[in-house]
Design a protein around this ligand. Structure first.
Ligand code: ADP
Ligand code: F6P
Length: 319
């Protein structure tokens, strides 16, 4: 029976991570399990940067964005010798198992530690929604609502000036933020890695739009696809639409988590502790058709996340 658990946040921060840490801490304390917060992700694990939690430690954080434990990218953790030092640091205070809240990179760290004898459970904390086999990741809903607010504002000015506005959003290589925000805001075009990008087709479409009765157009595009400022110049030259490009950037990662992210994070935090209590390791918590489940990390990451093709079809019918 596990007596002491650590919890950390790793990779890009996501709104709702604090709610997940709180849920892990409270579930442990309610079960009489000791619990430590690890600052700065795997870097803090290597440095032994631990905070022993009591019931007060996670007060007033359920509604806060970011991660009060701080996060870090620490590529050194891929080295076995570095992980061995982290294990020694954990042993010094008695941490026997770990909850890792982060994206697929963080899951790899959790898996590597499990293989070295420390049971780890991953919780999907990333705005990108790019983890396979979970309906949602923690932070996606909040970031989506931030983008929706930005697009609504851009619509005001775009329509006032009869312009084309291009908005680049995050997601790494996953188009979910762009597609969901695009549908929610009724934009002219959604471009993601799943839709593919053909500059000539984009221009032809916007030309046709300009030639019709449309006075303005909004295009939402996932990052890492093209230089949106260069694209704006080409669209302006080819279509006659005065065009502006915007990159929303890290503002998408901040802000108070939505109710949906808080609930998801809370449920996943409870479940992660239950998995560790049952002696599981090398698993991740997923939302599968509305139910919280524990899945094998290797299997989860073995395939790319399946694209929800139906949502793209729905989006195309709304033009
Ligand atoms: P995310 O978890 O959001 O995908 P990263 O890909 O940056 O973010 O991964 C977060 C951290 O997880 C890395 O900085 C590193 O400390 C750890 N990590 C990533 N890949 C591995 C790996 N193959 N083995 C061990 N640790 C890893
Ligand atoms: O994974 C979350 C994310 O915000 C991605 O959407 C984005 O590509 C990346 O992190 C940005 O990373 P950084 O904060 O290191 O600039």
């Amino acid at each position: 029976m596990v007596k002491c658990i650590g919890v950390l946040t790793s990779g890009g921060d996501a709104p709702g991570m604090n709610a997940a840490v709180r849920a892990v801490a409270r579930t442990c304390l309610n079960k009489g399990i000791e619990v430590y917060g690890v600052r700065l992700g795997f870097k803090g694990l290597y440095e032994g940067d631990f905070i022993k939690f009591d019931r007060r430690s996670t007060r007033n954080i359920i509604n806060q964005g970011g991660t009060f434990l701080k996060s870090a990218r620490f590529p050194e953790f891929k080295e076995e010798a570095v992980r061995q030092v982290a294990i020694e640091k954990m042993k010094e205070v008695g941490i026997e198992a770990l909850v890792v809240i982060g994206g697929d990179g963080s899951y790899q760290g959790a898996l590597a530690l499990t293989k070295m004898g420390i049971n780890c459970i991953g919780i999907p904390g990333t705005i990108d929604n790019d983890i396979p086999k979970t309906d949602k990741t923690i932070g996606f809903d909040t970031a989506l609502n931030t983008i929706v607010e930005a697009l609504d504002r851009l619509r005001d000015t775009s329509s006032s000036h009869q312009r084309c506005t291009i908005l680049e959003v995050m997601g790494r290589y996953c188009g979910d933020l762009a597609i969901h925000a695009g549908i929610a805001c009724g934009v002219e075009m959604i471009i993601t890695s799943e839709t593919g990008f053909d500059e000539d087709k984009v221009i032809a479409r916007l030309k046709a739009s300009k030639a019709s009765d449309k006075s303005h157009a909004i295009v939402v595009i996932t990052e890492h696809i093209t230089d949106v400022h260069a694209l704006a110049k080409k669209v302006e030259a080819a279509t006659g639409f005065e065009t502006r490009a915007n990159v929303l950037g890290h503002m998408q990662r901040g802000g108070r988590p939505t109710a949906s992210d808080r609930v998801l994070a809370s449920r996943m935090g409870v479940y992660a502790v239950e998995l560790l209590e049952a002696g599981h390791g090398g698993e991740c918590v997923s939302l599968v058709h509305g139910r919280i489940e524990g899945l094998d990390i290797v299997e989860t990451l073995s395939k790319r996340r399946e694209t929800d093709t139906a949502i793209y079809e729905d989006a195309s019918k709304l033009r």
